[in-house]
Design a protein around this ligand. Structure first.
Ligand SMILES: Nc1ncnc2c1ncn2[C@@H]1O[C@H](COP(=O)(O)OP(=O)(O)O)[C@@H](O)[C@H]1O
Ligand SMILES: Cc1ncc(COP(=O)(O)O)c(N)n1
Length: 289
């Protein structure tokens, strides 16, 4: 039963995305809102940066004054009880500080941080000088979801390419920052796309420090926004699930189906988007009454 069923007293999670934009709808805030809806949440969004981008790359970035960011954040939290927040593109250290300040004042029960640094196209989305600030922000999160290059930056170590090394690096990041880590294997070169939930403090169910989520690489170029979509799905599912591993298991199954059906959308000429509602649409027969 879905939580919006009036006979069901569970609350639909109210989920806030704090992120940049993608006018082609595949990544950033636009992807987050679709992902939150597809996973049973009520989506809200605060924009950190306006990004002129498409499936082929980033053209330019416009950053509104930081006071306006704080005004947006307070507008939401002064009015709405937020069950979970997903933080994505933050662009520079001034924005990171403003989000950290707001978290100190208004911390929602679930905070997922996707430490966005570089787009799939290779364009930078975080100022190189802001790396220390993002490392500090990790300490405010419950879950951080780095891809392999981002994991290495957080660890302040060279990037690794073997899965066992990824797990060890994720363990060190978890211990250093006191945070649960979802290490994402989408950048592995061996035909797999496995992820792993790692917590050096044994905060996972049963006091475990590792849950692995094996996955096979789908042959597709529709991977724009996979990280954005996964982190918002996790922020949405965590308030509904008994533990992080349950949320990751469901999110990964949903993401795999959404990646599989991305190409059918025929959006753009580069790295296309995923199909966030493929599972929902599969249940519709298409006949008009
Ligand atoms: N080609 C693919 N086939 C299946 N799963 C994928 C593929 N590419 C990425 N994923 C999955 O998408 C999610 C995002 O992974 P990744 O690409 O590593 O992060 P990011 O989008 O932040 O760079 C992970 O769950 C990863 O396993
Ligand atoms: C505004 C914004 N945020 C994040 C990404 C990264 O996307 P991906 O999930 O493909 O790494 C992006 N391209 N644009």
């Amino acid at each position: 039963m879905h939580p919006t069923d009036p006979t069901d007293h569970r609350q639909t999670p109210r989920v806030l995305s704090i992120a940049g934009t993608d006018p082609t709808g595949g990544a950033g805030i636009q992807a987050d809102l679709k992902s939150i809806a597809a996973n049973g949440g009520y989506g809200m969004a605060v924009v950190t940066a306006l990004v002129a981008q498409n499936t082929m790359g980033v053209r330019s970035v416009h950053i509104p004054p930081v006071e306006f960011l704080t005004e947006q954040l307070d507008s939401v939290s002064d009015d709405v009880e937020i069950d979970a927040v997903k933080i994505g593109m933050l662009a520079n250290s001034t924005i990171i500080e403003a989000v950290a300040d707001w978290l100190r004042r208004q911390r929602p029960p679930v905070v997922v941080l996707d430490p966005v640094m570089v787009a799939t196209s290779g364009d930078r989305l975080l100022d190189e000088r802001a790396v220390d600030a993002i490392r500090n922000l990790v300490r405010h999160a419950d879950l951080v979801t780095p891809n392999i290059p981002e994991l290495a930056v957080l660890a302040d170590e060279p990037a690794v390419s073997r899965w066992d090394d990824v797990l060890e690096q994720a363990h060190r990041v978890s211990a250093t920052y006191g945070v649960t880590v979802l290490a994402k294997g989408g950048h592995l070169a061996d035909g797999s796309a496995s992820d792993a939930l790692v917590d050096a403090g044994g905060r996972l169910s049963g006091g475990r420090d590792l849950f692995e989520f094996p996955g096979e690489r789908i042959e597709t170029t529709n991977t724009h926004g996979t990280g954005c979509s996964l982190s918002s799905a996790l922020a949405t599912l965590r308030p509904q699930a008994p533990g992080w591993e349950h949320a990751v298991d469901r999110a990964k199954r949903w993401l795999t189906e959404s990646i599989t059906h991305g190409a059918a959308l025929r959006v753009g000429h580069g790295n296309g988007p995923i199909s966030h509602f493929a599972g929902l649409w599969a249940g519709q027969d298409g006949a008009w009454s």
